[in-house]
Design a protein around this ligand. Structure first.
Ligand code: HEC
Length: 95
């Protein structure tokens, strides 16, 4: 029985891996997005970012994706992004 569970997990895990879109920016570190990336790939990171931006703006912030990202395809970071992320997290009240 256990043996078949192991075989099943081995067969299924590459499929799950292929379906998940990997992050290309937040690939290391302990930011909320990096953690989300490790768990659920880019989709999870996007969800997390939207949640943080929403919360920060509700607290009086004025954050937009384009302030820190060059585009919403590669999500390449602008130079100000790491510093601004700290402000975003502060305004949002934490990750
Ligand atoms: C205040 C700056 C800032 C804003 C605003 C911001 N982001 Fe980010 N975002 C970052 C930083 C910095 C990282 C990388 C974190 C790291 O390297 O751990 C990141 C990472 C990401 C990633 C992971 C990408 C990858 O492939 O690794 C996604 C997706 C993302 N952001 C989407 C968004 C979306 C969508 C919005 C708008 C709702 C947004 N971000 C707004 C700073 C910001």
């Amino acid at each position: 029985m256990t043996k078949w569970l192991v075989v099943g997990a081995l067969l299924l895990s590459p499929l799950a891996y292929a379906k998940k879109k990997e992050c290309t920016v937040a690939t290391e570190g302990e930011s909320p997005m990096a953690k989300a990336c490790r768990e659920g790939g880019r989709d999870a990171a996007k969800k997390k970012m939207k949640e943080l931006v929403g919360r920060a703006n509700k607290n009086g912030g004025d954050f937009k994706c384009g302030r820190c990202h060059e585009d919403t395809k590669s999500f390449k970071l602008k130079d100000n992004a790491p510093d601004d992320l700290k402000k975003l997290l502060e305004t949002a009240g934490g990750g």
